[in-house]
Design a protein around this ligand. Sequence first.
Ligand code: ZN
Length: 345
Amino acid sequence: MQLPREVIVGVNILDRVGEICTKQGFHGTALVVSGPITYPLAGVGVAKSATKAGLRVEHIIVKESTEASLNQIVQMIKKTKPSIVLAVGGGKDIDLGKLASAKASIPFMSIPTAASHDGIASPYASIKGGPKPYSIRAQAPIAIIGDIGVIADSPYDLLAAGCGDIVAKYSAVKDWQLAHKLKNEYYGDYAAELALMSAELVTKNSKEIIERSKEGVRTVVEALISCGVAMSIAGSSRPCSGAEHLFSHALDIVAGETSLHGGRTGVGAIMCAYLHGSNWESIREFLQEIGAPSSAKELKVSPEQVVKALTMAHSLRPERYTILGETGVTEGAAEKVARATGVIG
Ligand SMILES: [Zn+2]
């Protein structure tokens, strides 16, 4: 079980990064991994804080989530020999920092500038053109620094997508329970409850989330961190990733990146909850209330692409048993689910 040693969520806390580094025993060089927008936004502040604490700071700005960017960071690690990687930015920057540091066997700190998915705290990461169409195991962050002020200033769509990734836990846990019953797969109550608690927390606090109040943003960030910790405890992404995630990955293949991961898993959760015979209406209502996508149109994909993604989702990860079964759903059944849940008109 790999868990973060320190989790700090608060306002204006980027200047504490340096102090946390030295407290955790990191000296010498720190490498800041960031994006072209997130570096001036938060990376510079993080670098200043680390410098002030006596660390030598190097930085690398990566534009895309690709194998080439990943290799660039790994090369930079080899060259600068940091004791820690400080991954500052959105989901892609965090994932790249996470994967590169894991490859180089050094720890990393997660400093998210947006709350768009649970990768900010989990040991899993994905890159475009990677070995698998889903997230692979890397390592859990040694510390997570969630600056509410910075995250509240990020585009609202990102926060809404984060909520989509969190309500997806309702169907993910159902799939895990199903796999436990039918396939005798290990099931961890504690990890499952932690994931479900996150989903309950955000659905209960929709008003604060819409208002983007500090409390609302904090709720989403803390829920995402709990999801990451649930995966660390389970030793797999099971509590947080079921058929709705397979649907999202299938849609990435079928339609490309027209919408965010969290938005896609939210829509997937509506349809998967329907298949499970559970309360899909409340998931849909919540997503609509907070302004997250709940339809093909809002995901900027066609009805045909939704149907196609649903029919192929089961095949992406055959060892992950879900409500889609071993053979998946037929085209006719997929269309019926998407129509019945209002995902397609
Ligand atoms: Zn996710």
